[in-house]
Ligand binder design. Structure first.
Ligand SMILES: *Cc1c(COP(=O)(O)O)cnc(C)c1O
Length: 381
């Protein structure tokens, strides 16, 4: 097997960082190919908004382009400029559409394509003089997009010299992660009626979970996000994607705590036996949510236990509250742990969605909130 190559980015050197993020670009590419296969015959686009869900747009986009991805979606023009730099030849759609000010100049200069979300966006874009755009139609989410009747009016009037050349008609599913939800088919039906008015123009409806719904949900172009990065898209069933991100943090100290004593702020964890604690250099400032604490989170009702880490061959639970920079884990039951060891917070041994569940949130929020105190290492084969 060829030795893995690593690229260390301009982030923190390991010697002065509390944690490290390892991003497996081969797993990312494999996930892209899996989703492209599931989308076929539709094309699969990659959603790389929010710095590619926190893992870094400048490395993610070239790796995806190399895996065959030709179309990218970002949320904001600023992200579009970064995506354009990383993929000179790709199609880049900006979901927020043209913002105010110099929008047209920015989109033209960086060859970005706006998604028009309102009648106002359409008016703004007419002034661009025949530059291409996508149209977003709201089919039941009430977030962004023109209404189906506004779309019909636009289809009728968008003719002649002042017509906007449409490249794509899109909508977004509210409940694709719940395959049995009635809104899925309602949205598909509504979208079918709209797209019938735009003959010859590609259409796009599915996010990651929509790809897993399959069939006509995939339309001409799918928009894969979380599944590319290894997160769970559908609420039920096994996650078929490979883990892309591994988050590890440094053990600062290992201490013996006596039965009957307490751990951390609020003294919310009272030890019922002598316990070996690893005090780890991570906390909520690193995006390791306080809501994932082992105890002492009064508002957390849905889950009773906190998150686990993985070290010395074993799963180890958080003890007490996660604080800003430090978290205590019970390492009494695993192999020997020493200061300087690295504990996995999520990755191949601890699925990201398990930590998200423990924190009462979703993998998306964990990834996009990872923070700036990690060394970042990108690995490829
Ligand atoms: C974020 C987003 C996606 C990607 O969603 P995932 O659930 O991460 O796959 C697709 N389309 C739109 C409009 C989005 O905002």
């Amino acid at each position: 097997m060829a030795a893995a190559q690593t690229i260390e980015t301009g982030s923190l050197p390991l010697a002065i960082a509390g944690g490290r993020l390892t991003i497996d670009l081969d797993a990312l590419a494999a996930n892209y190919r899996t989703l492209a296969g599931m989308s076929a015959p539709a094309e699969c686009a990659a959603v790389v908004k929010a710095d590619a869900y926190g893992i870094g747009i400048e490395h993610t986009v070239p790796a995806l382009a190399k895996a065959g991805c030709r179309t990218f979606f970002v949320a904001l023009p600023a992200e579009g400029i970064a995506a354009r730099k990383a993929a000179p030849d790709a199609e880049v759609y900006v979901l927020a559409g043209p913002l105010g000010g110099d929008a047209i100049r920015t989109f033209r200069e960086h060859r970005l394509t706006p998604v028009l979300n309102s009648k106002h966006d359409i008016e703004v874009w007419r002034e661009a003089g025949s530059l291409p755009a996508a149209l977003h139609v709201d089919t039941g989410m009430n977030r962004l997009g023109v209404t189906p009747s506004e779309a019909a009016a636009f289809a009728a009037e968008n003719v002649g010299a002042r017509a906007i050349p449409l490249k794509l008609v899109m909508s977004h599913l509210a409940c694709a992660d719940d395959p049995g939800h009635t809104l899925n088919n309602q949205q598909l039906e509504s979208f079918r009626r709209v797209t019938a008015l735009f003959t010859g123009i590609d259409s796009s409806l599915a996010n990651s979970a929509g790809i897993m719904l399959g069939g006509d949900f995939c339309r001409d172009l799918t928009r894969a996000g979380i599944a590319l990065y290894g997160g769970r898209a559908a609420n039920e069933g096994d996650n078929p994607m490979r883990a892309v991100v591994t988050v590890e943090a440094r053990v600062l100290q290992v201490r013996q705590a006596a039965a009957g004593s307490t751990v951390g702020y609020g003294a919310t964890a009272k030890l019922d036996r002598d316990t070996t604690l690893a005090i780890v250099a991570t906390g909520y400032a690193d995006g390791y949510h306080r809501a994932a604490s082992g105890s002492g989170v009064p508002l957390r009702k849905a889950v009773t236990a906190g998150a686990n880490g993985f070290v010395a061959g074993g799963r180890v639970p958080i003890v007490g509250r996660v604080s800003m920079d430090l978290t205590a884990f019970d390492v009494s039951e695993c192999g020997k742990v020493s200061p300087g060891d690295w504990i996995e917070l999520f990755g191949p041994n601890i699925p990201i969605d398990e930590v998200a569940d423990a924190a009462g949130t979703i993998g998306y929020e964990l990834l996009t909130g990872l923070g700036r105190r990690y060394q970042r290492v990108y690995v490829h084969g």
